[in-house]
Design a binder for this molecule. Sequence first.
Ligand SMILES: [Zn+2]
Length: 283
Amino acid sequence: MTRFFCIVAVLTLLIVPASITAQSSAYLKAAAERSRLSEKSFNSRVCDHKNDAVAARVLREYGAVFVASEEILVPAKCVFENGTAVTEFQSRTKLASQRFGATQITLQAGAMDALNAAIKDATAAGLKITPRGGSIGGLRSYEDTVRLWNSRFNPALAYWEGRGKIAKADADAAKKLTAYEQVPLVLKWEQSGYWFSTGFSRTILSSVAAPGTSQHLFGLALDVTEFANPRARAILNKRGWFQTVADDTPHFTYLGRAEEDLPKYGLILVERNSYKFWIPAKQ
Ligand SMILES: [Zn+2]
């Protein structure tokens, strides 16, 4: 019996990495194809995940959007370096704005149409689907993402400096950097267990996106008040809206795809506490 289990264990070790690799290349292939680029060009021009640790992390955490349907515009970069690059991208997208109660939400038009269809389905089922957290529940500016970043970065830096984990000189130097430059530094500190989320217990990226990387910048994300209701989630899923950022439960991404097709694009299903997250396999 023991020998049998050993063989099973060895086979599992051999088979699992192979299947992960296959899934991951299915994702990169689909992402490159969707951007109408070769895989090599996608890697160098859109997301240099092979050489840049931040790009690699961003693609893994938020990359589902790169295989979204053809009806919407996907970004030409996985990390926008500044507000100018974001404004340029947003000016090329077809945006739609709509009021939900007192909250004005802006999204790419295709995403808004699908949201309205989901809201209609929800109403027919006696449910609600509403934006969470005001207007920034939808489209955000680069400045919005920097402000959110600072709301986690500044308290965490003070916390770890106060505990003697980060030297004052390093903390002072970090404060002078741009948000874009702070990202790799924070990820490095987090490798030592100095977490930058609210509560200092998880990665900052499960709490806020790195500036210039949020799916909210692309007009393809909506934070939803009723995220804890499985029936509301199923309705959103049916209309192409999915949870694609692990552990960010209120956050939905418009992919405009049928759920059963998502594995074809190299996305894998991760289930946590009855939530389903569709995320790219590790590249
Ligand atoms: Zn969100």
